[in-house]
Design a protein around this ligand. Structure first.
Ligand SMILES: [Zn+2]
Length: 537
């Protein structure tokens, strides 16, 4: 009998340290190399030595790959997908300790030397000896380690269920890895005649408010979308300000109406989402000059629970019309006070209306050329590209100015929730009881994971066509950004997130609670799968 490699707390800790030391910041070389390292680790499992073809690396983009590893029980059809992301955010905030950011044991020791520099809560946790600090310990390499431990054990003990370990890049920026993996999951299902039973993510527990140290599991994941605007005014010289209209002036009205606007806030199953905020607002003037800025842009962050892209666009348009009305009234007053003629009335239009206008004016081919030229520019990200497309079209359609053009900028994470699913309810009940009786933990369920996750790209169930509004109003749609809505609809199985407890994701005090990560959650997951999810064969 060969022994299991990753079944004790010490072994899990060692594996975590190793996996964290494989630096994998989003868009770095390390991110590209990472899945090969996971592959070679998994190849040490006897099951995969016998079935090497069941570990696969598949292209995402830019040389990045995601990994799938399938443990297949000969009689089982039902399958759990164990989902994780292996990219992390950057490490600049560690300052002179940056070199240790991905060496948890050394970093934790180094923090001890200068513990008075840490915020109180982090210092107390450090002194307790219960936490391991480091980039990616919490978010979310421990989740991947847990899945590696599970697939090793399941394959050794021949659990009567199939497991697919899926680990993807790019979650921290655009979730390109997961969006690419959707079709792979469909392919694997056909190839091996699988039936998906559960999508199980192990993102860490996030505090619901500062100082919160309760343990949660999640039966859904909050959505996020970015309604955005391009403001096109009319240029003039500062000496004659009212011969034009400043885009910053127009933008200020919409931003004022969007920030903290409660009409976007949903409360579902007793959970209230954060209010919308602007993520960026800027004019497009590249350098200082005495010309007034006539083009500006803004990105707004809106969370979603029940609503889809079509509903958010309706609300956004409503808010924009109100903001434009106020802007027009205020501008008219200024013009009459100063005795000048207004340059025009600010109108509100959606990107798809601008596109139709441009197509009827210049033809389809011209519009396609504009889009292609912009999308070939590798220096710009999808947000900049979106605005650049509108900018180019508006320069040639100035009869529409002054205007606010409403659009969607990537990324979009649809909301997902399985709280009414009987299997998920059974899992939730099991985890709560298991945690209470074995670890004396009072575990609470949250309906929407508040940290944004890749679970958004499975189990899509919008039957009202809400995604069409997203497609039609996303300038880079189909060129540099797509969401496989139709394939996501095929991946109908409930979602659940059970992960380790940690604190301060994306901060230099990111840390993982070791008792939770190495002792409790491995047992919770193993027993939940065995008791609730395994087939009776
Ligand atoms: Zn994460």
């Amino acid at each position: 009998m060969t022994k299991l490699m990753w079944s004790t707390p010490e072994a899990l800790r060692a594996l975590l340290n190793e996996v964290v030391s494989w630096k994998s910041m989003t868009l770095s070389d390390g991110e590209r190399e990472f899945p090969f390292k996971v592959q070679s680790k998994l190849q040490d499992i006897p099951y995969f030595q016998a079935h090497p073809e069941q570990i696969e690396l598949t292209d995402a983009d830019l040389g990045r790959k995601f990994l799938t590893a399938l443990y297949k029980h000969p009689q089982a059809r039902e399958t759990i997908v164990l989902l994780s992301h292996f990219d992390t955010v950057n490490t600049e905030e560690y300052g002179d300790l940056e070199i240790l950011a991905c060496e948890p044991e050394m970093l934790t020791k180094a923090f001890f030397e200068r513990k008075n520099e840490l915020p109180d809560e982090a210092r107390i946790d450090l002194e307790s000896g219960n936490y391991l600090f480091g980039r990616g310990t919490m978010d979310m390499k421990m989740g991947l380690v847990l899945h590696m431990g599970l697939i090793e054990k399941a394959s050794k003990e021949q659990w009567p269920i199939n497991l697919i370990l899926l680990t993807v890049p790019d979650e921290e920026t655009n979730s390109l890895g997961m969006r690419a993996a959707v079709s792979k999951l469909i392919e694997l299902r056909t190839q091996h005649d699988l039936s998906y039973k559960l999508f199980l993510n192990s993102e860490p527990v996030f505090a619901q408010q500062p100082g919160d140290d309760k343990y949660y599991l999640y039966s859904g994941s909050i959505g996020k979308i970015m309604p955005s605007a391009f403001f096109y005014g009319m240029e003039t010289h500062v000496g004659e300000p009212l011969s034009g209209i400043s885009a910053n002036y127009i933008a200020a009205f919409l931003t004022q109406h969007m920030e903290y606007n409660p009409i976007f806030q949903e409360t579902v199953l007793g959970e209230k989402m954060p209010l919308p905020v602007s993520l960026q607002q800027k004019d497009l003037k590249m350098e200082y000059s005495a010309q007034t800025p006539y083009r500006a842009t803004a990105l707004y962050n809106v969370f979603l629970m029940k609503r889809n892209a079509a509903e958010i666009m309706d609300l956004f348009e409503q808010v924009a019309i109100k903001a434009a009305d106020e802007c027009n009234a205020s501008y008219q007053m200024i013009c009459s006070r100063e005795g000048v003629r207004p340059v025009g009335n600010i109108s509100v239009m959606r990107y798809d209306d601008l596109l139709k206008h441009a197509v009827s004016k210049f033809g389809e081919e011209y519009v396609q050329t504009v889009k292609m030229t912009v999308s070939e520019n590798y220096e710009m990200d999808d947000r900049e590209k979106s605005f650049r497309i509108i900018d180019t079209l508006m320069i040639h359609c100035q009869e529409l100015a002054p205007a606010m053009v409403l659009l969607y900028a990537p990324p979009y994470y649809p909301a997902v929730n399985s709280s009414d699913n009987p299997l998920v309810e059974e899992c939730v009940k099991f985890v709560k009881e298991f945690g209470a009786s074995n670890f004396n933990r009072n575990i609470k369920r949250i309906h929407y994971f508040n940290g944004i996750s890749d679970l958004s790209y499975v189990n899509y169930d919008d039957n009202s066509g809400g995604w069409q509004v997203f497609e039609a109003n996303t300038p880079v749609w189909g060129d540099t950004y797509t969401i496989p809505f139709n394939e996501m609809r095929e991946l109908q199985a409930p979602v659940l997130n059970v992960g380790p407890f940690g604190k301060d994701a994306h901060r230099r005090t990111e840390r993982l609670q070791m008792q939770s990560a190495f002792v409790e959650v491995p047992q919770i997951l193993e027993n939940m799968i065995k008791s609730v999810l395994c087939e009776k064969i």
